[in-house]
Unconditional design. Sequence first.
Length: 340
Amino acid sequence: MSRTRPLAVTRRILRQLTRDPRTVALILVAPVVVLWLVKLILGAGDYQPRIAVLDNVPAPLHGRLEKGGARLTNMNAKEANAALARNEIDAIVRFEDGKPRLQVEGSDPTVTRATLRAFQGGASSGSLPIEVEYLHGSNAVGLFESFGPILLGFFVFLFTFLVSGMSFVRERTSGTLERMLATPLRRHEVVLGYMAGFSVVALVQATVIATVAVTLLDMMLVGRFVWLLAVVLLLALSALSLGMLLSAYARSEFQMFQLVPLVAVPQIFFSGLLPLENLSAPLRVIGQLMPLTYGAHALRQVMLRGGGLAEIGLDLGALAVFVAAFLILNVVALRKYRRL
């Protein structure tokens, strides 16, 4: 075998890469961006639990809890119970029968452990017995039960994004899209047609994944299955419309796949997998621009806290806005293939 033949193949591959700046940019930029986000999120410091302190709690315990890293807010019992139900605080400290009592929200074991550390650190120096009550879940709630809704939403989003985007790229590279645009069909009709077709697949996928997660994998489901399915379906539709949109700017299926680290992976860091309260305001704004942030929050509300339409209505509305916005941008993106 000639030694020059492998070198010729190597040169051809390198020439192809240098002639494709999008691929080069994705290869170099995407890992750096993801690592930068990880550094910012993991470097935000330890989580400081939000604890409401009722009026009858002794002042010395206030100071010890603050030293334990807790963020304290003075509330009456009615305000504290309402804030805990809305997940605006992590726990309530009250004094009953001469001893402290802690009621935790309980749906996130990471937050619960941070709350217990702050409370036990504060109460230990006084040698007081501690009673712990859980609003949601129990001390048996583990990481899988807590993070399961987030992972469920992420995998639905990821695979729907990939399938829709790569399928749309294949339609374009094979010439099917151009032939379709040569017919009297208008751009919005093409987009709606593709969206309707892929929506059937997304509906089947969402139903299967949600059913398997609850029945076979024993994910906790406190709320109604219909709300779980509604959230998963809207999340899949947002991934579907976003995949179609970005595929208009990808030259190949390989480029579409390379968008995953830049588009899909960062979303999981803002979905509640890690407490984000300590992040700076700009980073929290980034999270609010990602569909998975709302989908994961709604899934946790339904599966861990038993929430219904009142609790997830804003999240469903946000996902619907993402779907509508991505569809409009899809119609605009098709101008590059045919101007009407």
